[in-house]
Design a protein around this ligand. Structure first.
Ligand SMILES: CC(=O)N[C@H](C=O)[C@@H](O)[C@H](O)[C@H](O)CO
Ligand SMILES: CC(=O)C(=O)O
Length: 308
């Protein structure tokens, strides 16, 4: 039986950290890692959607994970998403990740061309073969990738001993049940949608990876604690509060990650720049959205974390 304990808990998705010219800043990456260590999260998910991965060059992504590992090694579980939509670059990043001793690599399926499942399996297995001593996590995010992980494809992938589970970002919580039943105890399913962390955990996810945890890690850690203690009434209240905050974050035209980065500036004093085009930066007339969300987070932390 595999020991998957290091993956269990709250794992924020790591944001792209830019300097004032919009280039990756290693120093700002390191600052954000230190913030997560101080917050007490289990680990981080680097270079995923929240890391704006598809807008980063191979070198950008290497710079990010190198800076992450310089701070995080031995302190956080680190999962690096390495898929680049072509096998060659993805394998290069996989090998680079293994050399840096990340805990696991992850990959979305190839997007744009509609490939048969056998080609998707070959893509993932080729990537995994470039990191032969590193755990591999399948990233299922059909609403963005345009391809869904099926039970059949998952069964094929489990023949690869490096595959340890699925980060499931599809919106249906029963998908978590499906992957959990298929893999059993030797595999792990990560909840994707932050809005249903509670639902995902109840349906069998043992952990969560999410794009909004970074702005409110205390709330997700408290939610996780309530779930572990089977205090589901309070857990539901915290989940509702989290969802109000997320709805606020996405209520305008600005990209959600741009809003999140502004919240980090307001609440944590951390400046990691904005988002890379074609994502929409925080519009000046929508700064209030970040300010209101930041305030909502502080109120919820006071109510559910500090007063408990
Ligand atoms: C579609 C998408 O990006 N899903 C992310 C990962 O699963 C989530 O963590 C979202 O960022 C989050 O649920 C906010 O909607
Ligand atoms: C979980 C998430 O948002 C990511 O892939 O970065």
């Amino acid at each position: 039986m595999r020991n998957l304990k290091k993956y269990q808990g709250v794992l924020p998705a790591f944001y792209a950290c830019y300097d004032d010219n919009g280039e990756i800043s290693a120093a700002r990456v390191r600052e954000l890692v230190r913030y997560f260590i101080a917050k007490g999260v289990k680990g981080i998910y680097v270079n995923g959607s929240s890391g704006e991965c598809i807008y980063q060059s191979v070198q950008d992504r290497k710079t990010v994970i190198e800076a992450v590992m310089a701070e995080a090694k031995g302190k956080l579980t680190v999962i690096n998403h390495v898929a680049c939509n072509n096998t060659k670059d993805s394998m290069e990043l996989a090998a680079h990740s293994q050399a840096l001793e990340v805990d696991a690599i992850a990959a979305i399926p190839p997007i744009y061309f509609k490939l048969p499942e056998a080609a998707i399996a070959t893509y993932w297995n080729s990537i995994s073969s470039a990191a032969p001593d590193t755990d591999f996590i399948i990233y299922n995010i059909p609403q963005l990738a345009g391809v869904a992980l099926t039970n059949n494809l998952y069964a094929v992938m489990r023949k690869n001993p490096r595959v340890i589970g699925v980060k499931n970002s599809s919106m249906a919580v029963q998908d978590i049940q499906m992957f959990n039943l298929a893999g059993g105890e030797n595999y792990i399913v990560f909840n994707g949608p932050d809005e249903q962390y509670l639902g995902g955990r109840v349906m069998g996810a043992k952990a969560g990876i999410g794009g909004t945890y970074a702005v409110m890690p205390e709330l997700f850690l408290q939610l996780e604690k309530c779930i572990e203690e089977q205090n589901l009434t309070t857990a539901a209240k915290i989940q509702y509060a989290i969802n109000d905050i997320i709805y606020k974050m996405v209520s305008g035209k600005s990209n959600m990650y741009a809003v999140a980065k502004e919240i980090l500036r307001i609440n944590a004093g951390i400046n990691i720049g904005s988002v890379r085009e074609p994502l929409t930066a925080l519009l000046p007339e929508e700064k209030y959205i970040a300010e209101e969300a930041a305030e909502m987070i502080n109120c919820a932390v006071t109510k559910y974390v500090k007063e408990n």
